[in-house]
Design a binder for this molecule. Structure first.
Ligand code: NAI
Ligand code: MG
Length: 492
């Protein structure tokens, strides 16, 4: 006994240091080529212009990729048209479904490789790409595979038909997931595709081409042309494209809509947001804090439906903000490939500059800032988790999409005031409501002008649930039965 006591006295019960040891995910599963072309007609098309794509965590050059020219886009559209006419559009739905199931299974089989590459090229934490992006991307293919042979049942007596060639332009915040949201329903409905990834995150889309070959998808059904906005504009303007699906900024969305006016091309737009996350005084505050953190710091806040405006009922303002700031201090900011990282790297120098500019405007307009102490790596693009209090509705940080890990806190007294403040935005993509009262959730949901409303949770996604906006957040829905419609026409 004496022996035992002596041992325990000499060994302290708890270590002095509770910090996590680093737990890097191995990156050798990813084999990158030095140089990539465009994926056209099932083959690699040598690009005429190129640029380097980097890792935002340290600016390491990962590969050289093509800057698609109008001629490259033209070849991709021709390949998509040929594949459409040569059989894809007339293939029975059950046969198209087989390809989609195969792609879904390959996404699962190769998920670690894709997740590592997604984090490397985009900067998001590996635990998010591993546990959110990849499972959801596979789920979208599984889900739409299920619809491919049931379109007649989805739209009874309306004789659904594919549109033809879909031009799809996607952003950098969920590169592979946005690809899945676009490609899966298009193929399920019998269309062929030309997809342009965002300029900063082309690599998982290029690796996806390897999966398409493995799945033996007929050449030309999916074509991928990399490049920046000029490549996107060439795709928008190509006369051989029947439909454009775009996810990105409201400014570019408006520009695309102007360009397509009168062209007869179909269009869906999924644009920005400035969502209100609304906490009533009867909400479970600790759970709400987790939802607020998930709402704005998930994926560094590079999320169109991020809960970037926190509306707190005045009576719980002080305890809630105190809990939130305490929680912020526990977030681990750093290497996206570290399995313990909560907040990764900002996607690009341009996005970092935009975040800094808006944060500076918040300080200038009179808001109070809180940032937990955290050491940021020297190289690469980083921004600490940030909370602004004393924010007026007129401030830019309460009006504009920051698309970074920056939360603006406002208060309200009554449910009516919460609704009025929540809807005081040109956007309308999403909202969150935290309350114990079911009737209040329904009352709020009827009044909030937003496409998606979460209750006592945030940032939950499921392929069977339609997603899309009101007002300047765009139009058209992705996901669910609704997500089929933009890729079909009907004989009525
Ligand atoms: P962006 O709208 O310029 O880029 C999105 C996609 O559109 C990219 O693939 C880009 O190459 C392409 N694109 C750019 N100009 C085009 C044009 N004229 N025609 C056709 N395609 C074009 O967005 P950016 O500049 O990367 O980010 C700016 C801001 O937009 C962000 O700070 C954020 O507020 C917002 N944004 C919102 C997204 C969302 O998910 N709703 C995604 C990305 C950005
Ligand atoms: Mg832009």
């Amino acid at each position: 006994m004496a022996e035992l006591e002596r041992t325990s006295a000499s060994q302290p019960a708890a270590p002095a240091e509770w910090a996590y040891a680093s737990a890097p995910e191995a990156r050798d599963i990813v084999r990158l080529a030095d140089r990539y072309g465009h994926f056209v007609g099932g083959d690699w098309l040598e690009p005429t212009e190129t640029y380097a794509t980097i890792a935002p965590r340290d600016e390491e050059v990962l590969a050289t990729v093509g800057q698609g020219t109008p001629a490259d886009v033209d070849r991709a559209v021709a390949a998509a048209r040929a594949a459409y006419a040569d059989g894809w559009s007339s293939l029975p739905g059950s046969e198209r479904a087989k390809y989609l199931y195969r792609i879904a299974r390959l996404l699962q089989e190769r998920s670690r490789e894709l997740a590592v590459l997604e984090s490397l090229n985009g900067g998001k934490p590996i635990k998010e790409s591993r546990d959110v992006d990849l499972p959801l991307a596979a789920a979208h293919f599984f889900y739409y595979a299920g619809w491919a042979d049931k379109l007649e049942y989805a739209f009874p007596n309306r004789r659904p038909r594919p549109l033809g060639v879909a031009g799809q332009i996607i952003p950098w915040n969920f590169p592979l997931l946005m690809l899945a949201w676009k490609v899966a329903p298009a193929l399920a409905c019998g269309n062929t595709v030309v997809l342009k990834p965002a300029e900063t995150t082309p690599l998982t889309a290029l690796l996806f081409c390897d999966l398409l070959r493995q799945a033996e998808l007929p050449p030309g059904v999916v074509n991928i042309v990399t490049g920046d906005g000029r490549t996107g504009a060439a795709l928008v303007e190509h006369p051989g494209v029947d439909k454009i699906a775009f996810t990105g900024s409201t400014a570019v969305g408006k520009e695309i809509q102007r360009r397509l006016a009168g062209s007869g091309k179909r269009l869906t737009l999924e644009l920005g947001g400035k969502a209100a996350n609304i906490v009533f005084d009867d909400a479970a505050l600790d759970q709400a804090v987790e939802g607020i953190v998930n709402g704005i710091y998930f994926n560094q806040g590079h999320v169109c439906c991020a809960g970037s405006r926190l509306l707190v009922q005045e009576s719980v303002y002080e305890p809630l903000v105190a809990k939130l700031e305490r929680r912020l201090a526990t977030l681990r900011v750093g290497d996206p490939l570290d399995k313990n990282t909560d907040v990764g790297a900002i996607n690009s120098a341009a996005q970092l500059a935009k975040i800094r500019e808006l944060v500076a405007s918040g300080l200038e307009e009179g808001a109070e800032i809180y940032q937990p102490p955290c050491e940021l790596p020297e190289k690469g693009y980083w921004f600490p988790p940030t909370v602004f209090t004393s924010v007026a509705q007129s401030y830019r940080i309460a009006q504009e999409e920051i698309f970074g890990p920056v939360l603006s806190v406002l208060t309200f007294r009554t449910p009516d005031e919460a609704v009025a403040k929540a809807n005081n935005t040109p956007y309308g993509l999403s909202a969150g409501v935290w309350t114990e009262k079911g009737s209040r959730i329904l009352w709020m949901a009827q009044r909030l002008r937003a496409g998606v409303i979460w209750a006592n949770t945030y940032n939950r996604f499921d392929p069977s649930s339609p997603f899309g906006g009101y007002k300047e957040s765009g139009f058209g829905r992705e996901g669910g039965l609704h997500g089929l419609e933009p890729y079909l026409e009907f004989e009525e």
